[in-house]
Design a binder for this molecule. Structure first.
Ligand code: NDP
Length: 290
């Protein structure tokens, strides 16, 4: 059996087109332009590249964007004051603080200071708590939300499926498991979360109808960890000899899976698409038209 590819680029583009249309409706019907503020502290080149991609996507889809570049020496109090200003700014519907932050700033303190209704990255404790309760009315983090959309738009039946998530980080693994196990439409999966202390990992993975790999170890998931016909979602982004490689041994696993995401071009493009989607959703919620 050879797997069909899940084309994350095409699915992300479909979502982007829907977002652009929603932006136009907000402009025409309500005279509102959704706005995203992105705060970058320091000059980490990877972070600067991500932030640049977000700016460009805002421009392409018709959103207003504001970039706030701060030096690496910025103190926590200074950053909190900037967040507070953005919380009150009417033209801003989404606030994203690019991580990692310099050591003198607590990420938890910063995430907790963002107005939860503008927390389009989904890291405020209120939004994390809602997700933990199975309440999908807050904001879910963008990469996990992207994994969910990829499954839905690829026609994968999530309800009742056994999903195995390898990885329990707050950015990917844990929120993916919460979204897919929620008592909600397009969810209701039976989810097993694995991590570095899990025993019989290969056996657990083989019992998955849907296997989500969010480990950060190049080609960790081998063919003997995948059941014939399983759906495999590879969240991993690892750089090997200048090339992007996932957490799944793609060439070996593709012959066993029924559907598989490539790296690059799978989950990757979904993260920015969901960020734009969440920003527009925030504007719609403020207007009561979500
Ligand atoms: P983290 O390092 O925060 O978490 C990795 C998780 O994998 C941890 O829960 C860890 O377990 C588990 N793990 C590590 N080694 C093993 C092992 N040998 N066996 C079983 N479990 C293991 O990574 P992230 O969640 O932030 O990212 C995961 C991957 O996804 C990375 O490749 C990252 O680059 C990528 N990523 C991609 C994004 C995208 O847009 N597509 C966005 C964010 C991340 P433990 O908890 O026990 O330490």
């Amino acid at each position: 059996m050879s797997a069909k590819l899940i084309d994350g680029k095409a699915i992300a583009e479909q979502i982007n087109q829907e977002t652009a249309a929603a932006v136009q409706r907000l402009k025409t019907d309500h005279k509102v332009t959704p706005g995203l503020a992105v705060v970058l502290v320091g000059d980490n080149p990877a972070s600067a590249a991500y932030v640049g991609m977000k700016d460009k996507m805002c421009a392409r889809l018709g959103l207003h964007s504001e970039r706030i570049n701060l030096p690496a020496s910025t103190g926590q109090g200074e950053l909190l004051a900037i967040i507070n200003d953005l919380n009150f700014k009417r033209s801003i519907h989404g606030i994203l603080v690019q991580s990692p932050l310099p050591a003198q700033i607590s990420e938890d303190a910063i995430f907790a200071a963002i107005d939860p209704t503008k927390d389009v990255d989904g890291f405020h404790p209120l939004n994390v708590g809602k997700l933990a309760l199975g309440d999908l009315t807050g904001f879910a983090p963008c990469t996990p939300a992207g994994v969910h959309e990829l499954l839905i738009r690829s026609g994968v039946k999530i309800e009742g499926a056994h999903v195995v998530v390898v990885g329990r980080s707050r950015i990917v693994g844990r929120p993916v498991s919460l979204i897919l196990s929620a008592k909600a439409k397009n969810a209701n999966a039976t989810v097993t979360v694995c991590h570095s202390r899990s025993q019989n990992l290969a056996g657990i993975c083989r019992s998955a109808d849907i296997l989500v790999a969010a480990i950060g170890v190049t080609r960790f998931v081998k063919a003997d960890m995948v059941r014939e016909g399983a759906v495999v979602i590879d969240v991993g982004i690892n750089r090997v000899d200048g090339k992007l490689v996932g957490d799944v041994d793609f060439d070996a696993v593709k012959d066993k899976a029924s559907l598989i995401t490539p790296v690059p071009g799978g989950v990757g493009p979904m993260t920015i698409a969901m960020l734009m989607h969440n920003t527009v959703l925030s504007a719609q919620r403020r207007l009561g038209v979500a």
